[in-house]
Design a protein around this ligand. Sequence first.
Ligand SMILES: NC(=O)c1ccc[n+]([C@@H]2O[C@H](COP(=O)([O-])OP(=O)(O)OC[C@H]3O[C@@H](n4cnc5c(N)ncnc54)[C@H](O)[C@@H]3O)[C@@H](O)[C@H]2O)c1
Length: 254
Amino acid sequence: MNNGKLMGKTVVVTGAAQGIGKAYAERLASEGAQIILVDLKPEPLAEAVEDLRAKGLSAEGKVLDVSNEQDVKRFAQELGQQHPKIHGLINNAAIFSTIKLKPFWEIDASEWDRVMAVNIKGPWMLVGALLPYLRAAGSASVVNIGSDAVWMGKAGYMHYVASKAAVYGMTHAMARELGGDDIRVNTLSPGFTETNVPRETFTQAQLNGIMSAQSLKRVANTDDIVGVASFLISDDSRWLTGQTLHTTGGLLFR
Ligand SMILES: NC(=O)c1ccc[n+]([C@@H]2O[C@H](COP(=O)([O-])OP(=O)(O)OC[C@H]3O[C@@H](n4cnc5c(N)ncnc54)[C@H](O)[C@@H]3O)[C@@H](O)[C@H]2O)c1
């Protein structure tokens, strides 16, 4: 697909070495955007960049721990020198597929802090650090990735659920504070989405429960949701800010 809808836009996608983040990057690049893929893991990141380039897409990779304040500042400064205008940011990096399910009283405080640092402090720091370049774009779009696990009150990873709950509040406040700069901020909120990455965050019993609760009766994959990310980054959503789009096959209605 190349309809050129995102031609001329430079977009940062975090957590883009694998899973849904990589799929966002590929879809946006295929629509003409210049993509900066960001991830903690250098090797899969390099492979993801190569993969996109081999398909003739414009992609570069930057290794970054989004929870490290100094690194985020340095990353933003260096990126701003290369790309003085950033038109979009997808705050997708999170501790997710590596989480082991356990009751909340067995989560130790250091694991709690790490999940919060990556899943909510990181996105907040990145938007702040990239602000000069988002402003310079004239009009920009930030997409924070939530999770409908919040609205289901899913058991077994309360630190994750709490961190993602904070994303919605952050989106609302950022949308208010950045509206004057014509920077839109929305949340894309996936439900269960299959990727090729193994994970422990879903049991078969939970999956069965979700299947019976979803209106659309099949398991979602990344192709089902990347178009919504593209819409939120594109000018087609230019009058949308502070909103949540639930890409869940009709799980809950809110
Ligand atoms: N897959 C689902 O069913 C689902 C459902 C709801 C929400 N989500 C959300 O969608 C996003 C992507 O999900 P996924 O299934 O691809 O997850 P994933 O765990 O497969 O991928 C997460 C990516 O983030 C990177 N990352 C982790 N910590 C980082 C850090 N400190 N700095 C930079 N990068 C870091 C990882 O290296 C990895 O590439 C996440 O925000 C997740 O919470 C996923």
